[in-house]
Ligand binder design. Structure first.
Ligand code: NAP
Ligand code: 2V4
Length: 253
């Protein structure tokens, strides 16, 4: 029995990358996992299969985030599936992981690019939290995947850093709002993490990114997922409103 047996979890953006690792880890701990995706239906189905292969339970749910009605679409898909499998719509663990990343000179950022960054990385998580609150029982968990780039400068990712800075405010304010219900709300900030994208196959880029961590390596998604699994567990019940640096010492200076 894993330490999340009997719990339910929603991991946004878990068709690949860090979200996939989080979904798989929570699945191994016994949670019933909603594997959220937008465009990667096949990839999400593979994540569901991989969780089931390990003896866990999961299902996929589709919703594009950052567009009008996104939270309603997400929960419209989630609630009946939860009800089907558990008899209730209780959601014990919400992980806001889905995000968009972009690099480019600050001078080249357009209003549309900026709006999308905020819409997907900050606005959608806010309304997902708001919508989830009626489903999250006392003792629940909200974990937002931020970025070390709210603490170290990367001019080519200023809009991304701004959006993640806004995301981090959710933990501060909602942790106070939800304390009475013993719902914890925290931010996890990875540093450079090999999400399977082509960027990490370019050896010079990988080497440069590796040297940013005190361990001299880029993170594997599982390293971030382990931190999330801890925050989701009973052992982390006294951690709320926190910024958890999961960057492998990238922020040490
Ligand atoms: P990734 O590999 O690019 O995967 C992104 C996931 O988010 C996919 O499942 C994707 O779904 C989903 N997604 C993206 N845009 C979406 C949208 N508009 N609507 C719905 N779903 C959407 O990402 P990652 O690198 O694992 O990053 C995951 C999180 O960690 C992000 O919040 C990112 O900012 C943060 N982070 C990443 C790093 C890093 O170095 N990788 C470092 C620090 C923080 P589909 O593919 O199904 O469309
Ligand atoms: O450099 C990052 C970084 C990165 C990248 O590696 C490129 C990627 C995967 O396309 C987007 C990305 C997102 C991030 O949030 C970070 C990041 O958080 C980071 C990086 C380098 C040094 C410290 C960091 O916190």
């Amino acid at each position: 029995m894993g330490n999340l047996t009997g719990k339910t979890a929603l991991v946004t953006g878990s068709s690949r990358g860090i979200g996939r690792a989080i979904a798989e880890r929570l699945g191994r701990e016994g949670a019933l996992v909603a594997v959220h995706y937008s465009t990667g239906a096949d990839a999400a189905e593979q994540v569901v299969e991989s969780i089931e292969k390990e003896g866990g339970r999961a299902f996929a749910v589709k919703a594009e985030l950052g567009v009008p009605g996104d939270a309603d679409t997400l929960f419209g898909g989630l609630e009946p599936r939860l009800k089907d499998r558990t008899g209730t719509t209780d959601l014990n663990i919400l992980v806001n992981n889905a995000g968009v990343m972009a690099m480019g000179a600050p001078e080249e950022v357009t209003p549309d690019m900026f709006d999308r960054m905020i819409a997907v990385n900050a606005k959608a998580p806010f309304f997902i939290v708001q919508r989830a609150l009626r489903l999250i029982p006392d003792g629940g968990r909200i974990i937002n995947i931020s970025s070390g780039l709210t603490r170290v400068a990367s001019p080519d990712q200023v809009a991304y850093g701004m959006a993640k800075g806004a995301l981090e405010q959710i933990a501060l304010h909602f942790s106070r709002h939800l304390g009475k219900r013993r719902i914890t709300v925290n931010s996890v900030a990875p540093g450079s993490t090999d999400n399977g994208s082509a960027l990490f196959q370019i050896s010079e880029v990988r080497e440069t990114l590796s040297q940013l961590s005190t361990f001299g390596e880029v993170a594997e998604p599982a390293a971030v997922a382990d931190v999330v699994a801890f925050l989701a567990s009973e052992d982390a019940r006294w951690i709320t409103g926190a910024f958890i640096d999961a960057s492998g010492g990238t922020l040490l200076g």
